[in-house]
Design a protein around this ligand. Structure first.
Ligand SMILES: Cc1cc2nc3c(=O)[nH]c(=O)nc-3n(C[C@H](O)[C@H](O)[C@H](O)COP(=O)(O)O)c2cc1C
Length: 459
């Protein structure tokens, strides 16, 4: 029997995401800026059996290295507008009981202490149902043009900064407050026991902190740590810290190799191979017949303009396809931005031409494409799990709004459940308990964060 999988919805706080198909007749994202829009989605996802809603984050919008922006970015809404995902999580948590939330925050853009405080706050407010998707950011130009960083930080340095960011965050979450530090004794006017609240001292290459962490430990203490970015540096980082990795890999052999590599890296870091889960992104189109599904897929593929697709690609990879002749390839192009995205189109002599890449990304950018009747979609998903050993699926935004998920929920999830790929009763509890399948909300003892624990250090 195929193993049980996790299900997440892949969204961003924007009306137009991965498929670039906000203008498709089935899409309905006009209300995207309202809490109601997301609350309705959260409720339907929860009722449908999803484990979490993932809100990706964009620091800016696609732009060229000099900061100039193709008109299509604003005109066709290529990652503009985009709003702040942290701001809606508590409003969503208030309307569901079980659904978890994964939110991206960038170690290149954020500041560790305030970021740690935000996640701790959300872990309290969601009762342990928050996870941090750690990224070093795809859109590096935005960092210099919109956030005032002087230069684009080179890729290797971004991961060095990410490592220090993570080490400091773990110190704050695991080593600042002991579990029984809060006594709340009115008689002695003792809110907290001074001996059980510890100063954190950190002086590193990128960050310095000398003082107390101001937020109380939450259900998970450290939010479940996800990571996206599978360049060699990204994998090295994941092997140490990530409890779950998001990939967007269509080639099943490559996905299988990535899964095996990530698990091996976890083990090399003294962790269990099953302490790192891998979730691949899939774009799903369901039809009542094979022909209908294929027709729907073709219509979806034909929705975005070439220019909009190229702009989205530029935001993710730093490469402006429109600046190359159509018969060129990207084989010798290098980027300090998303190396994983660019690498997809660098296959030596087999590298596709710019014209072929444009065709490919216009019809779809993103994860594995699964198209068919409900039975056939379930078959395909089952085969993907068997071929790759991935642990779950991120179901991508296709049409914009609940239309991305409705048929999947109504027609495919019952089949997956029947086949034992989903539990009879949807999972609950903290994100860590649920995703790692362990009997604890806290970091496993083998995770490097556990080294910062004080006397509260029970696994
Ligand atoms: C499923 C998935 C989700 C991602 N979400 C984000 C995101 O929300 N924000 C972002 O800046 N990059 C996101 N990325 C892109 C990059 O992985 C990320 O910026 C990374 O740090 C680039 O590292 P790399 O060079 O190791 O690939 C995502 C990637 C994948 C596969």
């Amino acid at each position: 029997m195929t193993k049980q999988v996790f299900l997440g919805a892949f969204e961003e706080f924007t009306p137009n995401f991965i498929s670039n198909a906000w203008s498709h007749p089935r899409s309905d994202t006009r209300g995207f800026a309202t809490l109601k829009y997301w609350q309705n989605m959260a409720r339907e996802l929860e009722a449908g059996g999803f484990d979490f809603l993932f809100l990706a984050e964009a620091l800016g919008y696609p732009m060229r290295a000099d900061g100039s922006v193709p008109d299509v970015v604003i005109r066709e809404a290529v990652q503009v507008p985009v709003h702040d995902p942290m701001a809606i999580v508590s409003g969503l948590a208030a309307t569901v009981d079980r659904l978890g939330f994964v939110v991206t925050a960038s170690t290149t853009a954020q500041q560790p202490n305030l970021n740690a405080r935000t996640f701790t706050t959300l872990d309290h407010l969601t009762e342990g149902r928050i996870a941090w998707n750690v990224v070093t950011s795809d859109n590096q130009v935005a960092l210099s043009k919109l956030l005032g960083q002087d230069n684009v930080t080179p890729h290797a340095e971004r991961y060095r900064r990410a490592t220090e960011f993570m080490e400091l965050s773990l110190k704050l979450w695991e080593g600042a407050w002991e579990d029984d530090a809060v006594v709340f004794d009115k008689k002695t006017r003792t809110f907290a026991d001074v001996d059980k609240v510890h100063r954190i001292e950190h002086r590193g290459q990128y960050f310095a902190l000398d003082g107390f962490f101001t937020a109380l430990p939450s259900v998970q203490r450290t939010p479940l740590l996800l990571q996206a970015g599978t360049s060699p540096a990204g994998r090295a980082f994941a092997g140490r810290f990530a409890e779950c990795v998001f990939i967007q890999e269509r080639d099943l052999e490559l996905a299988a190799a990535t899964v095996a590599d990530l698990r091996a890296r976890a083990v090399a870091n003294g962790r269990e191979s099953q302490d790192i889960k891998v979730i691949d992104a899939v774009s799903i189109v369901v039809g009542s017949s094979e022909e209908e599904a294929q027709r729907l897929r073709r219509e979806l593929d034909a929705t975005p303009s070439r220019e909009a697709a190229a702009a989205l690609f530029m935001g993710w990879s730093g490469v402006d396809l429109m600046a190359f002749p159509l018969d060129a390839t990207l084989q010798d192009v290098s980027t300090e931005v998303g190396k994983t995205t660019l690498g997809t189109f660098q296959n030596g002599d087999d590298s596709p031409t710019i014209a072929e890449i444009l065709d490919k990304i216009t019809s779809s950018i993103g994860g594995i494409r699964v198209t068919g009747t409900p039975e056939s979609v379930a078959d395909q998903l089952e085969r993907i799990v068997e071929a790759t050993d991935i642990d779950g699926f991120l179901i991508e935004y296709t049409y914009g709004g609940m239309a991305s998920y409705r048929e999947f929920i109504d027609d495919v999830i019952p089949i997956l459940r029947h086949r034992g790929m989903l539990p009879e009763k949807p999972r609950g509890g903290s994100m860590r308990r649920r995703i790692l399948g362990r009997d604890s909300d806290r970091l496993p003892a083998t995770h490097p964060g556990a080294a910062y624990r004080l006397s509260h250090g029970k696994d």
